[in-house]
Design a protein around this ligand. Sequence first.
Ligand code: NAD
Length: 321
Amino acid sequence: MLSGRHLTTTLPLSHNQPCTDLKGHVRRRAFPLREVHVAQLMDGKFVAARVRGEVAKHAERLTNSGTRPTLAVLLVGEHEPSKIYVRHKQRAAAKAGIASQLHTLPSTASQAEIIAKVQSLNADPGVHGILVQLPLPAGIHADPVIQAVKPEKDVDGFHSVNMGKIATARPELTPCTPKGVMRLLREYEVPLRGAHAVVVGRSRVVGRPMSALLLAADATVSTCHRHTEDTPSFTRRADILVVAAGSPELVRGDWVKEGVVVVDVGISRMPDGRLRGDVAFEEVEPKARLITPVPGGVGPMTIAMLLENTCILAERHAKAS
Ligand code: NAD
């Protein structure tokens, strides 16, 4: 079980040796005769590169046996950040040997037109994964569109069938961001059984499935949200803290205990153009045993998991046909 241990005793680090991340980069030096708290960074870029390598091999095997994994992305409207995200996803897919199709509809498209487009992708045997880029334009209800995606092609894992399977600890297709967080925790050998995991946020995209996955991994889970009274009283008791609130630097240094493992899912662009997470990194890092940076933590993992999910769906399709 995790405990708030002094970090110089928990890292693979003797008192006068540098601390390195997975890539071997020196992060910080601890000196003898001084108590120094050292957090190790959970390097999402590095782990995601490893996952993408695995996915590329999987995609190649599938392609060689006659099924080229294919992802269809549906982009509705002119939301600029969404266009950038979609470009990143398509580029990553191409690098992994996954085919991607971009389907666009104007911001004036009706709910029925969007659903009709999803249904035509459902019916296309050459498409294995369907991703509806969120948010949808104002006036469009996301839920009926998400529910229109066939569960067998629901690469994001947002359909109620896939969510229900996660909630009942029988995951078949796991949403990319929480799946990426679980993979990061595994890569850094964070013990989950019996640990107190606190998730801040309960969105369908991140918080809810995150809590369910941690629970399925035998953690004791507290989920905080906008209506939680005194969220810091929960986060201070966390062995593992996952924050997905969309509120820059919400979690301050005095919200966490020594030795906590912190995963910052949040990403917000500040008025000065800098990216910020939901955790005040400079305050929290000195108390943390492990912490993700923003950017370079969860974000790259999300894309890697999207590619992994596409291959999983393509393989299931190949086996079923
Ligand atoms: P959302 O707005 O749908 O949900 C936010 C959740 O946080 C809600 O459940 C809300 O109740 C809770 N919350 C908000 N303020 C809170 C507070 N002060 N105290 C406690 N709970 C609070 O957001 P989302 O889609 O889950 O995304 C959250 C953040 O994660 C955003 O910054 C988003 O950009 C980021 N995100 C990053 C990735 C990635 O790949 N890195 C993926 C998805 C989302």
